[in-house]
Ligand binder design. Structure first.
Ligand SMILES: C[C@@]1(CC(=O)O)c2cc3[nH]c(cc4nc(cc5[nH]c(cc(n2)[C@H]1CCC(=O)O)[C@@](C)(CC(=O)O)[C@@H]5CCC(=O)O)C(CC(=O)O)=C4CCC(=O)O)c(CCC(=O)O)c3CC(=O)O
Ligand SMILES: NC(=O)C1=CN([C@@H]2O[C@H](COP(=O)(O)OP(=O)(O)OC[C@H]3O[C@@H](n4cnc5c(N)ncnc54)[C@H](O)[C@@H]3O)[C@@H](O)[C@H]2O)C=CC1
Length: 209
C-alpha cells in the first residue's frame, strides 16, 4: 500500500510529547523535541550517556513500558494520561513491541512516530537545517533518510549563518508594512523588492568554490 505524506510545520513549544525508549535513535528524536522547547516525557529502563547528562531537561519514567499499559486511558502504573500527549515517538529496539504500543496508543494520540515502522506511523521526522527561524526540512516520505540527509547538508552550504538575522529583519519589515495598511498588492511588491536572495555573502562564498 502506498501511503501519501504531506509536510506541515508543527508548533510544539510547551506541548507534552512522549518518547518510549531511551537509546540512540530515541536520543536523536528527544534532542529535536527539546530544541523546539517541547515538554518531553521519556519512558525507558535505560538512557544513553548523552540523555543522562540532559536528565533535567525532561520528565523521566525509569521503567519499561508494557503492552497492557496502553489498555486504559489513565495509566496508573506510570501515572500518565495518554490523551494529554500531543505526539508520541515509539523507539524501543523491538519491532513487535513498538507496533503493539502504536496500536494501543493510536486511540488516544493522533501523531505517532514509530521509528522502525512506517505503516503504523502518522508522521515522520524530516532532515532539518536551521538558521534561526529559517528551517529547511527535507523528506523522502520514508524512502531514503540518507538522501534527505545529503540534500540538507548540500543546502546548508548555500545558507550561511547570516540568514538567521536576515529572516528576523524581514519579519520586522513585514510587521511594519502590515501596520501601515498599505494595499496588499503594493505591500507584496515592496516585500518582493526588499527580499533579495541569495544574500551577497553566500553568493560570494559560492563564487569562491
Ligand atoms: C520514516 C522515518 C521515520 C522517522 O524516523 O521519523 C525513518 C525511518 C527509518 N530510518 C532508518 C534508518 C536510518 N535513518 C537515518 C537517519 C535519519 N532518519 C530520519 C528520518 C526518518 N527515518 C523518517 C523518514 C525521513 C525521510 O523521509 O527521508 C532523519 C532524516 C531525521 C531524524 O531521525 O531526526 C535522520 C537523518 C537526520 C539528519 O539529517 O542528520 C539513517 C542514517 C543515519 O543515521 O545517519 C539510517 C540508516 C540508513 C538506512 O537504513 O536508511 C530505518 C531503518 C532502521 C533499521 O533497519 O534498523 C527506518 C525504518 C523504516 O524505514 O521503516
Ligand atoms: N527512524 C530512524 O531514524 C532509525 C530507526 N532505527 C530503528 O530504531 C530502533 C531503535 O534503535 P536504537 O535506538 O539504536 O536502539 P537501542 O538499543 O540503542 O535503544 C533501545 C531503547 O529502548 C529501550 N526499551 C527497550 N524495551 C523497552 C520498553 N519495553 N519500554 C521502554 N523502553 C524500552 C531500551 O532501554 C533502550 O533505551 C531500532 O529498531 C532500529 O531499527 C534505526 C536507525 C534509524
Amino acid at each position: 500500500m502506498v501511503k501519501m505524506s504531506s509536510p506541515f510545520v508543527l508548533q510544539i513549544k510547551n506541548k507534552p510529547c512522549l518518547v518510549i525508549g531511551g537509546g540512540t535513535i530515541a536520543e536523536r528524536k528527544i534532542i529535536h523535541l527539546l530544541k523546539e522547547q517541547a515538554s518531553v516525557t521519556v519512558i525507558s529502563p535505560t538512557l544513553t550517556e548523552n540523555l543522562k547528562q540532559q536528565r533535567n531537561a525532561f520528565t523521566y519514567k525509569e521503567t519499561d513500558m508494557k503492552v497492557k499499559d496502553t489498555d486504559r486511558e489513565g495509566c496508573d502504573r506510570l501515572d500518565l494520561n495518554w490523551r494529554s500527549f500531543f505526539l508520541v515517538v515509539i523507539a524501543t529496539d523491538s519491532f513487535a513491541l513498538n507496533e503493539k504500543f502504536a496500536t494501543g496508543l493510536t486511540q488516544y494520540v493522533s501523531l505517532i512516530n514509530v521509528v522502525d515502522n512506517q505503516q503504523v506511523s502518522s508522521f515522520f521526522f524530516p532532515s532539518v537545517i536551521e538558521r534561526g527561524k529559517l528551517k529547511v526540512a527535507v523528506t523522502t516520505s520514508g524512502a531514503s533518510p540518507i538522501l534527505s540527509k545529503k540534500i540538507t547538508r548540500h543546502i546548508a552550504k548555500l545558507l550561511g549563518p547570516e540568514y538567521g538575522e536576515y529572516v528576523d529583519q524581514l519579519a520586522a519589515l513585514r510587521r511594519d508594512l502590515q501596520k501601515r495598511e498599505i494595499n496588499p498588492i503594493r505591500r507584496k511588491e515592496l516585500l518582493e523588492a526588499s527580499t533579495p536572495f541569495p544574500l551577497p555573502d553566500s553568493q560570494e562564498r559560492e563564487n569562491k568554490k
